[in-house]
Design a binder for this molecule. Structure first.
Ligand SMILES: NC(=O)c1ccc[n+]([C@@H]2O[C@H](COP(=O)([O-])OP(=O)(O)OC[C@H]3O[C@@H](n4cnc5c(N)ncnc54)[C@H](O)[C@@H]3O)[C@@H](O)[C@H]2O)c1
Length: 249
């Protein structure tokens, strides 16, 4: 197979937490990375931290609820790096409102940020990748999408379950055009989000995890590097569980 280099990746929600770690591992693996988030300032701060010279990064404002932001991000990436091969749909909001207290508006907002965004990203960026004949899309789902969630809300869990389904649909859609689409379903990861959502429950959470540890964001980044490689052409439509044994198929 002809090597396709250099690889260029876009990570959404990369200003902090898991997305930041993913961008860091992609950079370490030699990718140029478009680091995007809700605000340009957040994306710029993260890009500067990971790549002070700015040679291998491009900071972008990409609000994943806005189709035009995906279109503008694609144009900016093509202008700067001349290509895009890898898309990591990572941005999300995590809410914990009890199910009977979630308003229809709040439900829609979470689904829009977490799920509709993946649909739009796969349409807009996936079409570009498919037309170019090569691509890797990796969507951040969650254990909550598989087991209904424990610490997180119904809207969050439902949105993450939807990502698992969309992953299969787009994997089938783009399979013949060299584009793979996979999801990762992490359990609790050592991250600011988990520490804030479950600050007072960490000991209990860890005691319930078969491996008795929370997960590593760097490992998620390394798994994404693996799924983003050219050799990963046969892995598609799958949801990769990284949950310390909390959910076994
Ligand atoms: N941390 C965990 O334990 C865990 C477990 C399972 C799944 N996940 C998934 O991993 C991903 C990252 O999680 P995290 O813990 O780093 O979350 P986080 O809340 O720390 O970070 C989410 C990032 O997304 C950004 N974001 C929010 N709304 C956005 C929007 N409309 N447009 C663009 N960016 C937006 C935020 O600014 C933030 O930088 C999420 O998809 C989450 O559901 C995380």
């Amino acid at each position: 197979m002809t090597p396709i280099t250099p690889h260029v990746a876009l990570v959404t929600g990369a200003a902090q937490g898991v997305g930041h770690a993913i961008a860091s591992r992609l950079l370490a693996a030699g990718f140029a990375v478009a680091i995007s988030d809700l605000t340009l300032a957040g994306a710029q701060a993260a890009a500067h931290k990971l790549d002070p010279t700015g040679e291998k990064t491009l900071a972008l404002k990409l609000d994943v609820t806005q189709t035009v932001d995906f279109e503008a991000a694609l144009a900016a990436i093509l202008k700067r790096f001349k290509a895009l091969q890898v898309v990591v749909n990572n941005a999300a909001v995590t809410k914990t409102t009890p199910v009977l207290e979630i308003s229809a508006e709040e439900f829609s907002q979470v689904v829009s940020t977490n799920l509709t965004s993946v649909f739009v990203s796969c349409q807009v960026l996936g079409k570009y990748l498919a037309d170019s004949g090569y691509g890797r899309i990796i969507n951040l789902a969650s254990l909550a999408g598989q087991n209904g969630g424990t610490a997180t809300g119904a809207h969050y869990a439902a949105s993450k379950g939807g990502i698992v389904t969309l992953t299969k649909i787009f994997a089938r859609e783009f399979g013949a055009q060299g584009v793979t689409v996979n999801a990762i379903a992490p359990g609790p990861i050592d991250s600011p989000m988990v520490r804030s959502v479950a600050a007072d429950k960490m000991e209990k959470i860890i005691a319930n995890i078969p491996v008795r540890r929370v997960g590593s964001a760097d490992f998620l980044g390394d798994l994404i590097v693996l799924l983003a490689s050219e050799d990963a052409y046969f892995a598609t439509g799958a949801t990769w569980d990284v949950n310390g044994g909390l959910f076994m198929r």
